[in-house]
Design a protein around this ligand. Structure first.
Ligand SMILES: *[C@@H]1O[C@H](CO)[C@@H](O)[C@H](O)[C@H]1NC(C)=O
Length: 579
C-alpha cells in the first residue's frame, strides 16, 4: 500500500493575491493540480477490488470529470484571515440560509439568516434562501411559506429563493434530485463512493452490538470491500441499496473564520456516511455540498453544531473536484439559565414575538447585541447600522446568551425611533386606529379620539414609556379613548376643596393654546396648590388624575392634560362639576 501523505495547506493572503504552499508530510511535495488525482489514487487503494480501473486512473492525464453544474477544482479559497481581519478576494460573495421546512422560523434560525444577510450586504453580495426538504417525513405544512414571509417581515428578504427565482434554481432540494444522483454516480465512478446493500436489520444489529460493548455505533464499512462482480450481481438482482461516501482517515485541517484552524479525523471515528438513500433522496452531507457548489456559494455561515461535519463536507468537495466555500461557524445561542435555545420551546418562534407586537428591528438588534460580530455593542441599531458595523472577525467561539427579558426595552427604543420618523409614524397611527376599533369598537363615543392628530400626539407623549403600540389599548390607557365615569362623591372624599380646585384649573387653562405644555401646566398647578389651605400639591394631583382618567396611577397630570387636549379636559371637568 502506498504511503499516503497528509497535506497541510498554509494560505497567505496578500491583497487579493493568494499564494499556496503545500507541505507534503512523509511524501513528495504536491502541487495544486495533483490533488484530485492524488485523492482518487488514495481511494482506489482503499477499495482494493478494481485494480484495472485503478491503473487507468493513474495513467489518465486529465481526470477532471466534474458533475454537470459543478465547477472544476481551482483550489482557490476566497477568504483568508490575515492579521486578524478578513480579506474577501475577487470571488463574488454569495451566502445562503438553508433551513429545513420542518418547523416555523425560530430565533436560532433568524440569527443564522441575519448574519448571512449582513455578510452579503456588507460585501455587495447575494443572499440565497434554500429549503432543505429532503427529509420528506418531517415537513411541516406551511413552514416553507412562514420562513420566507418571516424573513421579509424582518426586513432581511432573500435575493434568490423559490418564490423569487434566480439563475441557480430550483431553490428547493426535493426539486433537485437529479443533481444529487448525478453527483453520487460520479463519486461511484471515481471510486470515492460505493453501493451499500446492508439491510436495516444488519445495521440495527451493528448498533445493538456497539451499544452492548459501550461503544458509539458506527457503520463498519463492510460494503466498501465488496468485489465488483458482487456489486454488479446485487444491482442486477435489484437489491435495495444506498450509496455511501468512503471517508479517509486523515484529518485535513481547514481554517474556520470563527473557530480558526480545525480538523477532525472523521474517518477514524465515524463509519462511511450514506450520501444517497435507497429512495433516491440525498442526505444532508451530499445535498448541501452539491447545492453550495452549484449555487456558487462563497461563504457558509451556519451553526457550530455543523463544525465537526465540515471535515466530511470538505472531503466531498475534494472528491467532486469543486472549490469549497469558506466556513464561519456561529456559536450556540443559550437561554440565560445555560440551556440550549432549542426550537422545541414554543415561545421562540418569530410568529409568537410578532403577535406580541415585537418590532422586527428590535428582535434583530437584540439577537446581535447578545452575540458577537461587532466592534462594540449598543442598543438601538437599525438594519443599515448593523450592516455597516458587522465584523465577521469579531465573532467569538463562546456561546451567546439570549436574554428575552430585555426584549421590551429593545422594543421601546426602536418604537421611539419609529415614532420620530414621519413616514413610519403615520403607519403606527393607522395601526393604533385599527387596534382601537378592534378593542373598543362601539364603546368609543367621541370620534375625535380616532383623529390622526390626536393619536399622533398620544404617540409622541408616550414614546419613552411604551414598548408596543398595543400598550395603548390596555386598560391603563383607556382614559385616552373613553371618558371615565367618576362620581362627585369620590372627589369630595379626597378633599373638601375639590370643587374649588377643578373650577380654578378650568379658569387657568381656557384659551391657553400656545402655552399648553406639560411644563406650563405643572407650574400653574403648583401655584393653585399654594392658594389652598387644606390640600397639598400631591393631593391636588391625585384629584385631577382621578377626575380626568378615573385612575389612581398613570403619566404626570401635566402630560395627561396635554394628551387629552384643552377642550377634552374642560369637557371632562365640566361634567364632574355638573354631576
Ligand atoms: C474587524 O475586527 C478585526 C479583529 O478585531 C479588526 O482588526 C478590524 O479592524 C475590524 N474591522 C473593522 C472594519 O472594524
Amino acid at each position: 500500500m502506498i504511503k499516503v501523505c497528509v497535506c497541510v495547506c498554509v494560505c497567505v493572503c496578500v491583497c487579493k493575491m493568494v499564494v499556496y504552499r503545500f507541505l507534503g508530510v512523509g511524501g513528495p511535495v504536491l502541487v495544486t493540480g495533483l490533488i484530485p488525482r492524488f485523492s482518487a489514487r488514495f481511494y482506489n487503494n482503499l477499495t482494493n477490488n478494481n485494480n484495472n480501473n485503478n491503473n487507468n486512473k493513474l495513467k489518465n492525464k486529465n481526470p477532471v470529470r466534474s458533475v454537470s453544474g459543478l465547477r472544476d477544482a481551482t483550489h482557490t479559497l476566497s477568504t483568508h484571515t490575515h492579521s486578524g481581519s478578513v480579506c474577501v478576494a475577487e470571488r463574488e460573495v454569495r451566502v445562503r440560509f438553508a433551513p429545513s421546512p420542518t418547523g416555523f422560523l425560530h430565533l436560532g434560525g433568524l440569527r443564522t439568516a441575519l448574519y448571512n444577510f449582513l455578510f452579503a450586504k456588507q460585501h455587495g453580495g447575494t443572499f440565497i434562501l434554500r429549503l432543505e426538504d429532503t427529509d420528506q417525513s418531517r415537513i411541516v405544512h406551511g413552514a416553507a411559506q412562514d420562513i420566507e414571509h418571516t424573513l421579509e417581515w424582518a426586513g432581511i428578504p432573500p435575493d434568490e429563493s423559490a418564490s423569487r427565482g434566480g439563475v441557480y434554481g430550483p431553490y428547493v432540494q426535493s426539486e433537485r434530485l437529479s443533481l444529487y444522483s448525478a453527483a453520487a454516480a460520479s463519486l461511484i465512478e471515481s471510486g470515492h463512493a460505493y453501493y451499500c446493500f446492508c439491510t436495516n436489520h444488519r445495521l440495527e444489529l451493528l448498533k445493538k452490538e456497539a451499544l452492548h460493548r459501550g461503544q458509539t455505533p458506527r457503520y463498519d464499512n463492510r460494503c466498501r470491500h465488496l468485489h465488483a462482480d458482487q456489486v454488479q450481481e446485487n444491482l442486477a438482482q435489484g437489491k435495495p441499496h444506498a450509496i455511501r461516501f468512503g471517508l479517509h482517515a486523515e484529518a485535513e485541517p481547514f481554517e474556520d473564520l470563527v473557530f480558526g484552524w480545525t480538523g477532525h479525523a472523521v474517518g477514524e471515528v465515524e463509519g462511511d456516511p450514506v450520501i444517497l438513500k435507497n429512495d433516491g433522496f440525498p442526505t444532508y452531507h451530499l445535498a448541501n455540498v452539491v447545492d453550495d457548489a452549484h449555487m456558487h456559494v462563497s461563504h457558509v455561515l451556519r451553526g457550530a453544531e455543523w463544525l465537526t461535519s465540515t471535515c466530511k463536507h470538505l472531503q466531498l468537495y475534494r472528491a467532486l473536484r469543486t472549490t469549497p466555500p469558506t466556513y464561519a461557524h456561529l456559536p450556540l445561542l443559550l437561554n440565560p439559565d445555560g440551556t440550549k435555545l432549542s426550537k422545541r420551546q414554543g415561545d421562540i418562534y418569530i410568529s409568537h414575538f410578532r403577535q406580541q407586537g415585537a418590532l422586527p428591528e428590535a428582535l434583530l438588534d437584540l439577537i446581535t447585541n447578545c452575540g458577537s460580530g461587532f466592534n462594540s455593542n449598543r442598543i438601538g441599531r437599525n438594519l443599515n447600522e448593523l450592516i455597516s458595523e458587522f465584523n465577521v472577525s469579531k465573532i467569538v467561539t463562546h456561546s451567546a446568551v439570549l436574554d428575552l427579558r430585555k426584549l421590551p426595552e429593545f422594543n421601546r427604543v426602536h418604537l421611539q425611533q419609529r415614532i420620530e420618523d414621519g413616514l413610519q409614524c403615520r403607519l403606527l397611527v393607522d395601526e393604533v386606529k385599527n387596534l382601537l376599533t378592534l378593542t373598543y369598537n362601539d364603546l368609543i363615543q367621541e370620534r375625535d379620539v380616532l383623529d390622526h392628530n390626536y393619536i399622533l400626539r398620544v404617540l409622541h407623549m408616550r414614546k419613552r414609556h411604551i414598548s408596543s403600540v398595543k400598550d395603548l389599548v390596555s386598560p391603563v390607557y383607556s382614559y385616552l379613548w373613553l371618558r371615565p365615569s367618576v362620581s362627585w362623591q369620590q372627589l369630595e372624599e379626597m378633599s373638601s376643596e375639590s370643587h374649588d380646585i377643578i373650577a380654578h384649573v378650568m379658569l387657568v387653562i381656557k384659551g391657553r393654546n400656545g402655552e399648553y405644555t406639560p411644563e406650563f401646566l405643572t407650574a400653574e398647578l403648583k401655584l393653585i396648590a399654594k392658594t389652598l389651605k387644606k390640600t397639598k400639591y400631591s393631593s391636588v394631583m391625585k384629584i385631577l388624575r382621578l377626575a380626568l382618567t378615573g385612575q389612581q396611577q398613570g403619566p404626570s397630570v401635566g402630560e395627561i392634560m396635554v394628551s387629552l387636549g384643552e377642550d377634552e379636559v374642560c369637557c371632562r371637568l365640566q361634567r364632574i362639576l355638573e354631576a
